[in-house]
Design a protein around this ligand. Structure first.
Ligand code: ADP
Ligand code: MG
Length: 694
């Protein structure tokens, strides 16, 4: 992404008090322009608009109080602290300081009048406030209270909250010229939503007495107004992408060639009806001279890879290259194995780009694609870095697209033959998403869905087991392995890095290796080389290893049909979509399969709901629906869970209902060819120059 600030919004350094050092800190938080600052919304608010009587203090509540210090002393206890008793006409309470200077101690002596803000907690002798923010007041000075609620922004390293407040304050003042309202007023009136500036002011500086619940839950019109604009902008962006794409040419590919025929003839199974139909739809697209933009949707294990291979072959036999992009290294490796098994015997040349490759290996890879020696490139998003050039790219496949941002999709089209042709696009996902989400994320995509499963699939029997019964689970794994079965043992990922994180899996690996004597246990180790990793996967796939301990990186795509037991450690920490993906690794070859979800007690209410949903359903769609419902109810599991849902303001779990009005507004704006369309896209999606190039 270009680092230069968008022309439409002034750089942050134009605000008073932002020098290069602070600008750099803010840039690292993704804040580059005044507008970025305005779209950084508070996580919560503090109420400093009124003074609370001390008698009303409650444990766990943050409030503003005012009073006079009655007595103060330094107590030794376990840790030395300064204790002041603050009194107002209703009661008294304790302020406690562990760090204080001589000067502060003097200022907090008896008779000092203080205004304090902090959280009351139950202390050894009644409620106390530890390290309140405080300010000394003159004898007859009126206590200053704020007339607006105080915003608290997402934690930002090296930038304090007061500073962020000051900056957003400036930004709001200058926003007038910077932020024209781009949604036609009549649409806003109909939906009873405020204008942009009003919405921003309300969200950053809510007036006294505003019900915070509605603001934080996203139900407030101000918040909805912002979410609507963001959803609308993405919707427009994706539709525009399609429109401009359709005006460009793509190579017309021949699906009926020799390679494809041989491939299908050699497959050890018959295609399912869903696969046949999807391939037919894709073929029809590819044969036209306009770029395909198609989403292939189908539950975990329905067999999307075969469909991908068929499309890849259409490109290859028409003299073009195909690029297959996977969301993780492991899945890229798996694709490399599967596709080379299927395609190399047909004489197709594949090249694989892995993360840990040496410079020289990487250069070889690049040369193969640029020179056309390789007909198929496989890898992670590294496939689309600047240095990778293709001789004749005809098809781009993005597997498990929900794991990528929408941004990547926008970037793909640039890799075609400059100016003349753009590649066909096939994106796949195993996450069946409700209509409202599809309207936003898949705007501009045609959809093929596979509804059936290859024969022989059996629903996986799922049980919930407390960690207290861990030993029983280990015994069960032992018994299963002695009976010739294979098991996955999955630990949550602690680190979000691209590589496999071994910190959770390593101790478990040692534990199991010790407990399961005579049984071969393997570990998918992040710091191991690609070859070692490849070897472990290979050994598990060939049955040499009985148990594979791994982190959740195996969640997508890993395919070892014989494995029939899935143990998920600390399942309460995982999201529903993730659990469903994991469970989809077993139950693939007709034998009875089990999934054991191990949890640590006590279970929170949401976690219990999630695990029960898993126990009660094997249906991906049902699980996705429940997932959204739970997340809409305020469950947040971080970006990993949400994958492509990379919005600044909107949360589709919550704001899904806005997709419908957004689509209507988009129809209207596009029909009238409104100039605001471009501006909206630029404002929220950025990448304005990319659109211009398409
Ligand atoms: P996903 O849709 O999750 O990507 P895969 O393509 O990995 O699923 O397929 C899962 C497994 O099903 C693989 O082992 C694959 O070889 C097998 N498979 C795919 N299609 C069929 C079919 N028509 N009949 C039998 N097995 C199939
Ligand atoms: Mg797959």
């Amino acid at each position: 992404m270009p680092e230069k600030p968008d022309d439409a919004s002034p750089a942050l350094t134009t605000l008073p008090g932002i020098g290069p050092a602070l600008a750099e800190k803010l840039r690292r938080l993704g804040l580059r322009t005044v507008r970025d600052l305005l779209f950084l919304l508070p996580n919560r608010y503090e109420d400093r608009t009124r003074i609370h009587p001390i008698v009303d203090l409650e444990h766990g509540r943050r409030v503003l109080i005012e009073g006079v210090v009655d007595r103060a002393r330094v107590v030794m206890g376990r840790r030395r602290s300064l204790v002041c008793v603050l009194r107002d006409p209703t009661a008294e309470t304790t302020l406690r300081f562990f760090y204080f200077t001589r000067q502060q101690q003097e200022g907090l002596g008896p008779g000092a009048r203080l205004l304090c803000y902090g959280e009351a907690r139950q202390g050894p002798r009644g409620l106390e406030i530890v390290h309140p923010e405080y300010r000394r007041l003159g004898e007859s000075e009126p206590a200053p209270v704020q007339d607006r609620l105080t915003p608290v922004y997402p934690a930002t390293e090296g930038v304090t909250q007061p500073r962020l407040r000051k900056l957003t304050g400036y930004a709001l003042k200058t926003a007038m010229d910077d932020l024209p309202d781009l949604i036609p007023q009549r649409h806003l009136s109909r939906l009873r939503l405020p204008g942009l500036l009003e919405a921003l002011r309300t969200v950053h500086r809510p007036p006294r007495g505003m019900p915070l619940e509605t603001l934080l839950s996203g139900q407030h019109p101000a918040r909805k107004r912002l979410a609507l604009e963001e959803i609308l902008a993405w919707h427009l962006g994706l539709r525009r992408l399609r429109e401009t794409g359709q005006r460009r040419n793509a190579a017309a590919l021949n699906p009926e060639g020799e390679l494809r025929r041989k491939f299908l003839a050699r497959l050890p199974f018959d295609l399912t009806e869903g696969q046949t139909q999807a391939i037919a739809q894709i073929d029809a697209d590819l044969a036209r001279g306009a770029p395909m933009m198609r989403l292939l949707q189908g539950d975990v294990g329905c067999g999307k890879t075969v469909v991908i291979a068929a499309a890849v072959l259409a490109a290859v036999q028409s003299g073009r290259q195909a690029a297959v992009m996977a969301p993780t290294e492991l899945l890229a490796e798996q694709h490399m194995r599967t596709l080379s098994d299927w395609l190399e015997p047909l004489g197709v040349r594949l090249a694989w780009l892995a993360g840990g490759m040496l410079k020289s290996e990487r250069r070889t890879f690049e040369a193969q694609l640029a020179g056309g020696d390789a007909q198929v490139g496989i890898g992670t998003h590294a496939l689309f870095q600047e240095t990778v050039k293709y001789r004749a790219l005809g098809l781009v496949v993005v597997d498990e697209q929900h794991r990528f941002g929408v941004h990547q999709r926008l970037r793909l089209v640039e890799k075609g033959q400059a100016a003349v042709e753009i590649p066909h696009q096939l994106v796949t996902t195993a996450t069946p998403i409700p209509r409202s989400l599809a309207m936003t994320f898949y705007a501009g995509l045609d959809i093929s869905a596979i509804h059936d499963m290859p024969p022989g699939r059996r629903p996986v029997n799922t049980v919930l087991v407390s960690q207290a019964r861990r030993e029983e689970v280990v015994e069960r794994v032992a018994a299963a392995c002695r009976a010739g079965r294979q098991a996955y043992w999955v630990c949550p990922l602690i680190d979000e890095s691209e590589h496999i994180d071994s910190s959770a899996a390593e101790p478990t690996y040692r534990e199991l290796a010790r407990a399961l004597s005579g049984i071969r246990v393997g570990l998918l180790h992040g710091r191991a080389s690609i070859r070692q990793r490849d070897q472990v996967m290979g050994e598990f796939a060939s049955g040499k290893l009985s148990v594979l301990v791994a982190t959740t990186v195996i969640e997508v795509g890993v395919d070892v049909p014989r494995a029939s037991l899935m143990i998920v450690d600390n399942a309460e920490r995982m999201g529903l979509a993730q659990l469903h993906q994991l469970r989809g690794r077993v139950g693939r070859d007709g034998q009875e399969s089990h999934c054991v979800l191990m949890y640590r007690s006590p279970l929170g209410e949401m976690a219990r709901e999630r695990l029960n949903t898993m126990r009660n359903s094997n249906d991906g769609f049902e699980i996705a629906r429940k997932d959204l419902e739970l997340r809409g109810a305020g469950e947040i599991l971080g970006v990993r869970q949400t994958g492509a849902l990379q919005f600044r303001v909107a949360d589709l779990a919550r704001d899904g209902p806005l997709a419908e009005p957004a689509q209507r507004i988009a129809d209207d704006m596009l029909q009238r060819n409104s100039a605001e369309v471009e501006q909206l896209i630029r404002r929220w999606v950025g990448e304005g120059d990319r659109y211009a190039q398409v």
